[in-house]
Design a protein. Sequence first.
Length: 206
Amino acid sequence: MRKRELVNEKEVLYAFFCSKCDQYLPISEFYNDSIKRGHTRCKKCKLADQNKSQKPRTRTYEQNLVRYIRAKEKEAEDQNTEKIVKYISIKDVKYLLNVYNYTTIRGQQMKTEQEKRKCVLVRWDNSLPFYPWNMVYVTKIEAKKHKNIISLPHNYCKQDIMFIERMLSQIQLNYQKVNSNKQTNLKRKSFHSEPVHKKVKQNKPK
């Protein structure tokens, strides 16, 4: 810990340097333990750091959506007694929200954060797993109704079904492209990582 003397008319005060606020302060501004241990943060900076760490971390909308999907996956797992593979990640959720542009399948766009939190991602076809290309954006009220749907044509018009399924097939194609690109990149890496054996020409004895 760095220190220097502050010379006044009557007394000499020892000052220590705080690395957080980047200034020399009197010894009274530091805890005794900090001085002994050689820590370079003053009382104010130490308290500020403690207050920051004590603040509750709020989950983002995307994180809440993933938690919601995980809960629905568990429900399906308990009902069907089959192990559900966790397909949906936070990256998938962000991608799907970007595709749907925060617009429900009924055409209602959510602009404010409060409106967005009223919407969730659910399975389009309840008989299929929780694939990214089987997820649609709906309000929570619509999600409760959609959960009990057995036949889609009885609840949605032909045009809506065609539009949604076209969008979902496009999402599936995009995922297939990404996976194929990953596989080709892995092949390239493995190809380049293989040792190349060069043939060394041996001079024939004359």
